[in-house]
Design a protein around this ligand. Structure first.
Ligand code: ADP
Ligand code: MG
Ligand code: MG
Length: 250
């Protein structure tokens, strides 16, 4: 049982305050959706928790099983059991998917997996996602389609088995195929009950495939409304307007 606990988190980029007191608790086995209009600070939350140097935490705490994540370097956060989907978004020329994943596992576990065991893990992970075996030899992220990027992301999840996964579904570029991959992957994790998922999204469509246990509405850099899955349906019907005006007057 793991818990990610975000308390009164304030984050700035330069001298501009973007997050203005975020409180959120995610436990293993739970799926939380963060929804909100563009520019409300959803990605900032993910970057701050990940430890991106551009995002300065000005106050508040982030604990993973009681340990202070904000005090840790990025790789230490990963070792502590945190996974961020956009952690490795870059093209890695000359590094195959297979080598990339073995390095990622080595970084998280603190030792390199034996080649034969890794090959077995990789194969079963790829089979589960219906990934063509040739994919393992491609250069990481080079020319990946939206669907391939997502498959790679979920494959990382399968192999790294984090305690808490933060998935920032950037608001564009998720085609139906990619959506299905993410949904199936997330649903498999939920079934294991070992991973807590924080799914960040602008659109409600992914939540038709992944039913969240909790929905948090983000506006103006804070959580302005919370509820169960029915809140996502309400947002789909009514949009964010009521919340943006609420945030502006807060
Ligand atoms: P969302 O993911 O909800 O669309 P973001 O977290 O990306 O929102 O952005 C929230 C606000 O913070 C926006 O006004 C955006 O311009 C600003 N912001 C985010 N990241 C940066 C950055 N690296 N540099 C400057 N401004 C940023
Ligand atoms: Mg505050
Ligand atoms: Mg975003």
């Amino acid at each position: 049982m793991s818990t990610l606990e975000i308390r009164d988190l304030h984050v700035a980029v330069g001298d501009k305050e973007i997050l203005r007191g975020v409180d959120l608790t995610v436990r293993s086995g739970e799926t939380h959706a963060i929804m909100g209009p563009n520019g409300s600070g959803k990605s900032t939350l993910a970057y701050a928790v990940a430890g991106h140097p551009k995002y300065t935490v000005t106050s508040g705490t982030v604990l993973l099983d009681g340990e202070d994540l904000l005090d840790m370097a990025v790789d230490e956060r990963a070792r502590a059991g945190l996974f961020l989907a956009m952690q490795y978004p870059v093209e890695v020329p000359g590094v195959s998917v297979s080598n990339f994943l073995r390095s990622a596992i080595t970084a998280v576990r603190g030792e390199a997996p034996k080649l034969r065991e890794f090959a077995k893990e990789l194969k079963s992970g790829m089979d589960a996602l219906s990934i063509d075996p040739a994919f393992a030899q491609r250069n990481t992220n080079e020319g990946f389609s939206g669907g391939e990027k997502k498959r790679h992301e979920i494959l990382q999840l399968e192999l790294l088995k984090p305690k808490i996964a933060v998935l920032d579904e950037t608001d564009s570029g998720l085609d139906v195929d990619a959506l299905r991959v993410v949904s199936e992957g997330v649903n498999r994790f939920r079934a294991s009950g070992d991973t807590g998922v924080l799914l960040i999204t602008h659109y409600t469509r992914i939540l038709r495939y992944v039913k969240p246990d909790f929905v948090h509405v983000f506006a103006g850099g804070r959580v302005v409304e919370e509820g169960g899955p029915e809140l996502a349906d309400k947002l789909e019907a009514e949009g964010y307007e009521a919340y943006t005006s609420k945030a502006a007057s807060a």
